[in-house]
Design a protein around this ligand. Structure first.
Ligand code: ADP
Ligand code: MG
Length: 395
């Protein structure tokens, strides 16, 4: 990683503006249902406080239109206080003279949280004046919000043009693990792609195809490849606009591409009728019945994928192998997660649903790295520079 981190600078006695990703899921009562993102930022927050910085945290939550009390960061400040074992004050706004005064009065080692930065529409517009107001609060900027690094907003990109900016530990970890996949993978490098649409993953496939030893494709996107081969795919997911792309990928990849050989098909759409009302069968991919739809990879495919994964040096995985939201159709995804867990390979998971699947199936701890940034991890794997990272100081 060629960006400076908090270990490269002296923060003692300095006001440090830290962009974190505290965009946590909440229930109707505003209770936080998953605090993974808060926990993931703790190493950076703790280290800065221990080193005597005055830590000013800034984050967005949800998609508010102007000041919306429902999207207050108050519950987050509460949970962060519990996790740190010390009070974290929530300031009533993120910019303005009153906030300016409050941060000027902070003590070394103190931690405060600014109110939802998206209460100001200037944030997402990356408004220069607004970025200047945020920057005026501090002397140093730290970006630890990998999950929003693909967006050029005032708090992720604009401030880093004004203040000297460095990466936090979470940002560093994300860039190192995802970066190692693209730059210096232990070989053989295997990419496993699945999920719903080929269209969403075209640039990921293109970029990874130039780097991998084997490309495994499963999940909903495999059916567009089957269609491109001329197979009957019944009611399975089809991405009509990507047929030509699939043909090109097959031609380019040759025998580096591994597609499923058998699939689980369902007599009806489980989202419509519920999973239990579906009749299921395992069929070879060349024999999908016209009225049925593919919902998971079959047992022979699971075994074949596992065998290939066993020999890997590095595995990067994005996209579930089936409709994992239903336990009945999560077996293919489970088998791949198990194979990754059992392999000695470096295993990196990207993508929002993929991270959720690995978490839900209980394999998160067994992976080398599960990215906290859904969209950001995909853009990274596309090989695109992330604006929030570009803006940080080089080593
Ligand atoms: P990620 O968020 O990790 O990038 P995607 O959003 O591309 O992953 O894909 C996740 C979705 O793909 C899940 O909602 C899952 O139900 C769906 N999916 C996987 N396999 C199939 C299939 N055979 N048919 C329909 N949907 C599928
Ligand atoms: Mg998704």
């Amino acid at each position: 990683m060629n960006k400076k981190t908090i270990d490269d600078i002296d923060v003692s006695g300095k006001r440090v503006l830290v962009r974190v990703d505290f965009n946590v899921p909440q229930d109707e009562q505003g209770q936080i249902t998953d605090d993974t993102r808060i926990v993931a930022a703790l190493p950076t927050v703790k280290t800065l406080a221990e080193r005597g910085a005055r830590v000013i945290l800034v984050s967005h939550l949800g998609r508010p239109k102007g000041v919306t009390p429902q999207y207050t960061l108050a519950p987050v400040a509460q949970r962060l206080s519990e996790l740190l074992g010390r009070p974290v004050r929530l300031l009533p706004d993120c910019v303005g003279p009153e906030i300016q005064q409050q941060v000027q009065a902070m003590e070394n080692g103190e931690v405060v949280l600014l109110e939802n930065v998206r209460f100001h529409s200037e944030e997402e517009k990356n408004d220069e004046e607004f970025a200047r107001q945020l920057a005026a609060l501090a002397e140093i900027y730290v970006n630890d919000a990998f999950g929003t690094a693909h967006r050029a907003h005032a708090s992720t990109e604009g401030v880093a043009r004004i203040l000297p900016g460095v990466a936090g530990y979470l940002m560093q970890k994300e860039l190192e693990y995802l970066g190692s996949v693209l730059e210096s993978p232990k070989r053989p490098l295997i990419a496993i792609l699945g999920g719903a649409k080929v269209k969403d993953k075209i640039r990921v496939i293109e970029n990874l195809l130039t780097r991998v030893d084997t490309l495994i494709i499963g999940g909903g996107m495999a059916y567009t490849f089957f269609k491109a081969r001329g197979y009957e795919i019944g009611q399975s997911l089809l991405d009509e606009t990507s047929l030509e792309f699939c043909r090109e990928v097959m031609a380019k990849a040759g025998d580096r591409l591994l597609l499923p050989q058998d699939v689980v098909v369902s007599s009806a759409d489980p989202f419509q009728v519920g999973p239990d009302a579906c009749e299921t069968r395992v069929v070879p991919v060349t024999e999908i019945p016209a009225e049925w739809q593919g919902v998971d990879i079959g047992p022979e495919t699971r075994a074949k994928f596992a065998e290939v994964i066993r020999g890997a040096g590095t595995v990067v995985w994005n996209g579930p192998m089936g409709i994992f939201e239903f336990d009945r159709f999560a077996e293919g995804t489970r088998a791949v997660a198990q194979a990754l867990a059992d392999s000695g390979a470096i295993t990196v998971i990207g993508g929002g649903d993929s991270a959720a699947a690995v978490q839900k199936l209980g394999f998160a701890e067994k992976m080398t790295h599960v990215s906290t940034g859904g969209g950001a991890s995909l853009e990274f794997l596309e090989g695109r520079p992330l604006p929030g990272v570009v803006a940080l100081q080089d080593k």
